[in-house]
Ligand binder design. Structure first.
Ligand code: CMP
Length: 141
């Protein structure tokens, strides 16, 4: 497990409305290095697999619809204690509950269309990074 790497996804709401540049600048100002990045249009199968842990939740169908509705931008991010720091910088899932100045408070529309995803544990960050990036990309930076 690598405690200094984590995965973020700039979601279709934020990417499609031209907020990715401001969000990346915000993350860099918080000390994250962008080690790898791509623009990806998730298929239904990919979105269902990525969010498999939420399969039984009532919002699962809607979440998959949203995540496949347009391109998103997965980012491999690096800094010390990456997972907890990124969770702090992005704020609560619901932008109405996110602390002032966090990415979601600034850029999210709603609990579902909430601008950005971040891995919730170092174990999951390993799995989520491998979902989008190769081992070679991970060695960069
Ligand atoms: P994310 O951090 O990507 O992890 C799961 C996502 O499901 C979450 O952000 C939200 O986009 C979405 N989500 C979580 N809870 C709800 C909810 N109660 N209603 C709608 N969407 C939700």
């Amino acid at each position: 497990m690598n405690e200094s790497d984590t995965l973020a996804i700039i979601k279709p709401d934020a990417f499609g409305s031209g907020k990715s540049g401001r969000i990346i600048a915000h993350l860099e100002a918080a000390g994250f290095q962008v080690v790898a990045a791509r623009v990806s249009r998730l298929s239904r199968t990919e979105a269902e697999a990525f969010y498999a842990v939420h399969r039984v939740r009532p919002f699962f169908g809607s979440l998959v619809e949203f995540m496949t509705s347009g391109p998103c931008m997965p980012l491999l991010l690096r800094r010390a204690d990456a997972v907890p720091h990124l969770r702090q910088v992005i704020g609560a899932t619901d932008p109405a509950e996110a602390d002032e100045g966090t990415v979601r408070a600034l850029y999210a529309e709603s609990k579902e269309r909430n601008a950005i995803h971040a891995s919730d544990s170092p174990e999951n960050s390993d799995i989520e990074i491998a979902f989008f990036f190769t081992g070679a990309e991970r060695l960069q930076g």
